[in-house]
Write a protein that binds this ligand. Structure first.
Ligand code: HEC
Ligand code: HEC
Ligand code: HEC
Ligand code: HEC
Ligand code: HEC
Length: 376
């Protein structure tokens, strides 16, 4: 009996975690917000008065929805409004309703909170906003530093490297979490892959640049990065990620899928993500003879402890081939179609969020890419 009690105590204190990632020290340090001279606020709306195009691009991004996103709201509720969630989704001090003034028994999961008098609801709703990446100590940091701007500017080398993305696009696992790789490990996947060595940064794919001016009235043309940050929610990016082929080889059919467009695993990020590849074989009259399903996903048990059983997502530039056969398709298949379905989360997780945590039922959960056709 005593052993069972001790074991349970040890489990609660050392093994069990309310989070799916390790709680880093820095997650309690929100960025101090001093408004740069010449500006009235830190709001993206104000930046947008001059940087019109960049503002409009950013508005369409998931960064702009990092707080209002219904999935974030539902999971935030499920995770009992843990302060660490705000570190990446609303990182500026004044985007947060409270201040952390200490911890009960030094336990990082039991913060003592106080009201933040400077809390700005409008700014909070902007999620990962312009100031999150560009403002610190009352200064606007950028990739040039030579701008003639109505606000102070300074050059920061991080805008040309992956450093500007790193602190948010990676969460580590702790000693008692048994993932095969970090739970949301985009940066790790990138660092261990071929693109880093070639010097192709996140921005190269996620912020493609064009010769433009920074504001409507500016005269200087510069290479300006697109601020849409398109990723897993974009059909265009999902299409770009995969190179697909189906061909007949003797008695067999071969489906080849290659991740030739993503600089990390496909899919990456949130371990909820998974992708279905559906291949249909048709006869001359257009009847479906056979249908095949392949899935790229991670299988993780979260309770009572986190253990990952499998991860078959496609690494960058990795190719995989599947073979299909059968008498009927061999004799009669003349054409195949391949569909990609990018799932934000499983139907089960979606149902749980709807039933228990207020997720609106019609929140988009799968992005379907129009089928590609292959003559056989
Ligand atoms: C009143 C107009 C105006 C407002 C408001 C404004 N900017 Fe600017 N900004 C400019 C101009 C003009 C330039 C310089 C253009 C050039 O040199 O090509 C500039 C330059 C910049 C640069 C480039 C700096 C460099 O040297 O690398 C960044 C980054 C930037 N602004 C971000 C912001 C952000 C973020 C906000 C809101 C917090 C903001 N700006 C608000 C007009 C404005
Ligand atoms: C302050 C934290 C933070 C920084 C810095 C940051 N991101 Fe993000 N990013 C997020 C969060 C949070 C989301 C998820 C928002 C959501 O889906 O609700 C996200 C989502 C994305 C997405 C997914 C879009 C989609 O369609 O699913 C891409 C792509 C992305 N970021 C790229 C970048 C790149 C490239 C950089 C560096 C230039 C960067 N991010 C820097 C926090 C950050
Ligand atoms: C997730 C971080 C992030 C956010 C949010 C963000 N930027 Fe940027 N911004 C960057 C990066 C990275 C670059 C450098 C892009 C490149 O390499 O071309 C940049 C470049 C710029 C530049 C210089 C032109 C260029 O593209 O090189 C301006 C001006 C600018 N941003 C303004 C803004 C404004 C205004 C907003 C909000 C509407 C905003 N940024 C939001 C990361 C961010
Ligand atoms: C060679 C181009 C390329 C590079 C380099 C690249 N990405 Fe991506 N990224 C893509 C493509 C294509 C997708 C869409 C397919 C997918 O989700 O994997 C994507 C998807 C994403 C997503 C969406 C995940 C989600 O949950 O919706 C995030 C976040 C992201 N990238 C962040 C990054 C970061 C951070 C870096 C740098 C460390 C980076 N990417 C480097 C091409 C690239
Ligand atoms: C270290 C930074 C970081 C922390 C801490 C963090 N997130 Fe995120 N979150 C991200 C990034 C980056 C993305 C988008 C890319 C991806 O899928 O990894 C994201 C994506 C999400 C998504 C998916 C959004 C969508 O459109 O499907 C949800 C939900 C979410 N986070 C909830 C949370 C909750 C709840 C917490 C706190 C328990 C939290 N996050 C803590 C960085 C973070």
């Amino acid at each position: 009996m005593i052993i069972v009690v001790l074991a349970f105590f040890a489990y609660l204190n050392f093994v069990y975690s309310p989070l799916i990632y390790e709680l880093k020290d820095e997650y309690k340090n929100f960025t101090k917000t001093t408004i740069p001279i010449g500006l009235d606020s830190l709001s993206a709306k104000e930046c947008g008065e001059c940087h019109v195009r960049i503002y409009e691009e950013w508005q369409t991004s998931m960064h702009a929805k990092a707080y209002t996103n219904p999935y974030f709201q539902a999971y935030l509720k499920k995770d009992d409004y843990h302060y660490s969630c705000y570190y990446c989704h609303t990182q500026l001090e004044d985007q947060i309703e409270f201040k952390i003034v200490g911890f009960i028994d030094d336990d990082p999961n039991r913060p003592i909170l106080d009201l933040n008098e400077n809390f700005d609801r409008g700014l909070r709703d902007e999620g990962v906003t312009c100031a999150t990446c560009h403002v610190a100590n009352g200064m606007i940091y950028g990739p040039y530093g030579d701008a003639d701007a109505p606000h102070p500017v300074e050059f920061a080398p991080k805008f040309r490297t992956t450093a500007v993305c790193e602190k948010c696009h990676e969460v580590p696992q702790s000693k008692f979490m048994f993932y095969k790789s970090n739970p949301c490990g985009t940066v790790d996947e990138y660092n261990n892959g071929p693109y880093k060595a070639k010097g192709i940064t996140c921005q190269k794919c996620h912020m493609p640049s064009q010769l433009k001016t920074l504001t409507r009235s500016s005269k200087i043309f510069r290479q300006v990065g697109e601020h849409t940050f398109k990723g897993g929610h974009s059909k265009e990016m999902i299409k770009k990620a995969l190179l697909i082929d189906v061909k007949k080889l003797g008695e067999k059919f071969e489906l080849t899928v290659m991740n030739n467009g993503a600089g990390h695993a496909f899919p990456t990020g949130d371990p909820d993500r998974y992708v279905n590849i559906i291949t249909k074989f048709y006869d001359y009259e257009g009847n479906i003879l056979q249908q095949e399903l392949e899935t790229f996903d991670r299988t993780i048990l979260y309770y009572p402890i986190i253990i990952e059983f499998s991860d078959n997502r496609l690494g960058p530039l990795v190719e995989i081939t599947y073979e299909y056969s059968g008498k009927i398709i061999n004799d009669r298949a003349v054409r195949a179609t391949v569909e990609i379905e990018y799932h934000i989360l499983s139907d089960r997780a979606h149902k749980m969020l709807v039933e228990k945590y207020g997720l609106p039922e019609d929140t988009e959960k799968v992005i379907k890419i129009a089928p590609q056709t292959f003559a056989l």
